[in-house]
Design a protein around this ligand. Structure first.
Ligand code: ADP
Length: 640
């Protein structure tokens, strides 16, 4: 490269001019700097941290076109619209286009006018595309969702394995930058090796998302549902995602919510593509505020004003949970992530792992290794449900960050549970398992311990005469069941699956008889069933700065709510945004994000220069929309 290279001053100017942002976020700078100097890069950042800008800024500054490899065909059109909206010429090439559209896009990419081209990884395998790419002046190849290359990640995509090959076949190897939100060491190593990154600049940013309130609630399925209905109906203006474990559940919960007057759509992989697509559109365009979905939904969904993500079931890893929950609050405003879980969820997840045969290409040994790995991931998730310490801390420690974080909001730090000493109960359970020779299921063990008078206690097995019979007469059955369940996940007990599930000793069983053995469980003190889910007094509130129910407690790190007047202006600006988006046929956030509208309400710009000061307003947005938004603000102030 002979032309002078752009530096970080150019990068900051471009950030201001195209995106209207004042500065880079942590982690963005070292990556952009490395790329501009011609060095490969790997960015590991949580969802919403701002990965895209790390390749978009170099794309506008470098000579040639940037190819972005993305698995999300359905999203490419929006990504292109977003860039165009900011004055960056972009195209995408994918199989949903007609052959003419594809040729047009390719011609545009070759013309030299276009800075960014999105393609799906499958296309890289074709000889035609390799020939085409060989004739291009490629500045940078950016790989989005790069963890898809790893079999250890959640979303392995075989076509990602072809990326390394593709790069090798190009006459001049461009700079390569990979991005992912999956932080585990193993996946990171796979990305470097399988894509073939050369001595990359690796930047792993803080995984704490301080605008998210984390909340864990243990509840049986019927209570989960009531909780969700109340929570959602109390916030008609807010956008949210509800994740369920099965397709059937998504359908019935979405129907339930609709019966309660909520415009909820359903999304899962079993729906016909047009329906799925329509559901996604309705959600992204703010026509349906709520989507009830399986984990098939959301990879790469770029909707910045999602105010809550509720999990109706426990996911199978913290990675999966954090990626899904992380779709809340991408605009940086306060949002809430609630995980509802039950012992049944744990049992289901365990069963899935045992049943999984993996893919045929794995040897038995490899399949066993994968299962073991999944068990470890699941244990991390169970730990999150059970921990009594800070949930922000739990997540950042999980992702390998050392040091303590200052909690910016979670149900544990709000002290919404009690820690109960259950050492004696655990000891009794252990003894009982011994008394009955590890031959009974959990339900029977509870009966024995509570001295049940059921007929089967008195039959030929003489369960009524074992030493632990009636030992926990005064302890509620639910408590004993909770303790058995926790002892199972902690390894003191295990469940042997046969014709009946039988409770046996686990690898740590001997510890329960040690003199210093102690065990505690976390008991949620709030009355989950009666709560309306929207009442800050009991729920500690998310400090949700989202404008609905104003009664919620506000938290230090949370942007102040808009007060009455500003809130009225916000509504008017939002109307204008909707109008513009409809006319242009793009999602509202592509015009302006909620955060930008809020900033307008607070700053009340009157001139073009004022307008450029607003967060998220670049030159192109000023040219396109400045006049209309300024007029609304002026009219509003005159009417006041
Ligand atoms: P990711 O791909 O990491 O999930 P995105 O690239 O979609 O995240 O960015 C999330 C949001 O943050 C977007 O709305 C983006 O415009 C915004 N953003 C990114 N970088 C900055 C920055 N330096 N200053 C302000 N906002 C930013």
């Amino acid at each position: 490269m002979v032309e002078t290279m752009a530096d970080m001053n150019d990068a900051r100017a471009a950030l201001r001019q195209y995106f209207g942002y004042d500065g880079f976020r942590p982690g963005q700078e070292p990556l952009i700097d490395a790329i501009l100097q011609g060095r490969d890069a790997l960015g590991v950042m949580p969802t919403g941290a701002g990965k895209s800008i790390c390749y978009q800024i170099p794309a506008v500054l470098m000579h040639g076109v940037t190819i972005v490899i993305s698995p999300l065909v359905s999203l490419m059109a929006d990504q292109v619209a977003g860039l165009e909206g900011n004055g960056i010429h972009a195209v995408c090439v994918n199989s949903t286009q007609t052959p003419e559209e594809q040729s047009l896009a390719l011609a545009e990419a070759r013309s030299g006018r276009c800075k960014v081209m999105y393609v799906a990884p499958e296309r890289l395998d074709t000889q035609r595309f390799v020939e085409f790419a060989s004739s291009l002046d490629i500045a940078l190849v950016a790989i989005d969702e790069a963890h898809c290359v790893s079999q250890w990640g959640q979303d392995f995509r075989p076509a990602y394995l072809g990326i390394g090959d593709f790069l090798n076949r190009l006459p001049d190897r461009p700079v390569v930058a990979a991005f992912t939100a999956t932080a585990t060491e193993r996946v990171r190593r796979d990305i470097v090796n399988l894509v073939g990154l050369h001595d990359p600049q690796i930047s792993v940013t803080g995984f704490d998302r301080t605008n998210l309130y984390f909340d864990v609630i243990k509840a049986v399925p019927t209570v989960k549902r009531q909780w969700i209905e109340r929570y959602v109906t109390a916030r008609p203006d807010e956008s949210g995602i509800i994740y369920c474990a099965t397709r059937k559940e998504t359908e019935s919960l979405a129907a339930d919510l609709r019966a309660h007057g909520v415009k909820a759509v359903c999304y899962h992989a079993g729906m016909p593509p047009e329906e799925r697509h329509a559901a996604q559109r309705a959600f992204v365009n703010d026509e349906a505020p709520v989507v009830v979905a399986t984990n098939a939904f959301g990879m790469g969904i770029d909707k910045s004003n999602v105010r809550y993500v509720i999990h109706h079931n426990m996911p199978d890893s913290i990675e999966a949970y954090y990626q899904e929950a992380g779709r809340a609050g991408r605009d940086g405003l306060a949002s809430r992530c609630t995980l509802l879980w039950s012992d049944g969820d744990i049992a289901t997840r365990r069963r899935f792992i045992e049943m999984e045969n993996g893919n045929e290409r794995l040897t038995d040994e490899e399949a066993q290794a994968v299962r073991n790995r999944r068990r470890v991931l699941l244990d991390g998730m169970i730990g999150y449900c059970r921990t009594t310490s800070c949930l922000h801390q739990y997540i950042t420690s999980y992702f390998g960050e050392t040091g303590t974080v200052k909690c910016s909001g979670c149900s544990n730090c709000d002290g919404e549970f009690e820690t109960i000493d259950v050492t004696d109960i655990a000891r009794a359970v252990s003894r009982c398992v011994h008394d009955v020779n590890q031959r009974l299921g959990a339900g029977k063990i509870v009966q024995v311990l509570r001295g049940s008078d059921a007929q089967e206690m008195h039959d030929w097995r003489h369960l009524d005469s074992v030493p632990t019979y009636g030992m926990l007469r005064d302890v509620p059955a639910a408590r004993v069941r909770d303790v058995i369940s926790q002892m199972t996940s902690d390894g003191y007990l295990a469940v042997a699956e046969g014709k009946y599930a039988v409770v046996v000793f686990g690898p740590r069983a001997a510890e329960t008889v040690a003199p210093d053995f102690t065990m505690t469980i976390k008991q949620v003190s709030r009355p989950v069933a009666e709560n309306d889910g929207g009442d800050g007094a009991t729920y500690g509130g998310s400090g949700n700065g989202s404008g609905a129910a104003g009664s919620r407690r506000s938290r230090g790190s949370v942007p102040a709510e808009l007060d009455g007047e500003d809130a009225d202006l916000f509504v008017r600006l939002r109307e204008l945004r909707t109008e513009i988006a409809r006319a242009a046929g793009v999602p509202p956030y592509i015009v302006f994000g909620d955060k930008t509208l809020r900033d307008m309400c607070v700053r009340r710009p009157h001139t073009d220069d004022d307008f450029l000061e607003v967060n998220g307003v670049g030159q192109k947005k000023l040219d396109q929309y400045g006049e209309r938004f300024l007029a609304v603000i002026r009219d509003f102030e005159e009417g006041e």
